[in-house]
Design a protein around this ligand. Structure first.
Ligand SMILES: [Cu+2]
Length: 314
């Protein structure tokens, strides 16, 4: 079923929208008043009525009025904005903790019971605190429907919190340009009823891999889910990383601890490339771009990835 996301789904919506609407209102007001004055002055002081230019020296009262007026307006707007912003700074004590992990170009969410997902699943009416971890470069976690956005900076501990008031699905974006596939770095927020959330949370079985499709297709699914396809193609083109085409079962030139050597790309090598990508660096590529998938991709899933790589060579 097709439905458009609702755009007001957290307790911050009111405070943020209020200041937005007020500023927008003043912007329109000034647009109309200034445009009117401009047109009116053009008409009033046109050349045929005033052939000789006159120097006007200024008007102290007027200047005090608009300086003072603008000052009061801006300070008032500050306090309206502050009222909307302040609740975001105070994380409630009963907030549920989830760790958000960003890497080029994917989000993952780690729950307190060890569950890991690529969409953020939370219960409705419950304060949620996200610990923000960036593994490689600066990202930014943005959920428009919740009116929250916070940068994720490698090496700096940051957090954010929110409380969703409405069940449903919402978009989550990376809002900081973080490289080639930045525009595809997004995820979904799923807000569930309390009981649905509890049922989901206690189910710690690994994400089901469909068994009714060939292993190589399941392997491709695993790679799509983990964002591998952002850096690797299957058609022979270089992206951030080498193509998967023709890798399996062939010799690869890699740099291991500063020494160049040839290795056979067998199952061991593929497994090692996924769990410890920094040990063998494929010649012509940079170290440190691909991060370890230890804990994210299971042995079984690596098996399926290998089936896919084998399949590519047939
Ligand atoms: Cu990003």
């Amino acid at each position: 079923m097709y439905s458009v996301d609702k755009l007001d789904a957290s307790s911050f919506v009111e405070g943020v929208d209020r200041v937005f609407i007020i500023i927008l209102g003043f912007s329109f007001l000034f647009l109309i008043v200034l445009t009117f004055l401009m047109v009116w002055f053009i008409f009033k002081y046109r050349k045929s009525k005033h052939p000789k230019a006159v120097q006007i020296e200024g008007n102290t009262k007027l200047e005090i009025a608009w300086t003072g007026g603008a000052f009061i307006l801006v300070i008032a707007l500050f306090f309206v904005g502050w009222a909307g912003y302040k609740p975001m700074l105070n994380v409630p004590d009963d907030a549920m903790k989830i760790t958000a992990i960003a890497r080029m170009w994917q989000f993952n969410f780690l729950y307190e019971n060890g569950k890991m997902t690529d969409s953020l699943v939370i219960p409705v009416d419950q304060a949620v605190e996200l610990d923000l971890v960036a593994l490689d470069v600066i990202h930014s976690l943005y959920i428009p429907a919740f009116r929250v956005k916070e940068d994720m900076v490698p090496g700096i501990e940051k957090n954010m919190w929110f409380k969703s008031l409405r069940e449903g699905g919402y978009d989550l974006f990376c809002a900081e340009y973080c490289g080639l596939e930045h525009s595809f770095m997004n995820a979904r927020v799923r807000v569930l009823s309390d009981s649905a959330y509890q049922a989901w949370y206690v189910d710690t079985t690994k994400v089901e891999i469909p068994t009714d499709i060939p292993a190589w297709q399941a392997g491709l699914r695993v790679m799509q889910k983990n964002g591998c396809v952002a850096c690797h193609t299957s058609d022979g083109n270089k992206l951030v990383g080498p193509t998967y085409l023709g890798v399996y079962g062939h010799m690869v030139e890699v740099e291991t601890g500063g020494r160049t050597r040839q290795v056979m790309a067998d199952s061991m090598y593929i497994r090692n490339s996924i769990l410890d990508p920094g040990s063998d660096i494929v010649k012509g590529y940079n170290k440190g771009l691909m991060l370890s998938y230890e804990g994210l991709v299971s042995d079984e899933e690596i098996g399926l990835i290998i089936e896919y790589l084998k399949h590519l060579n047939n």
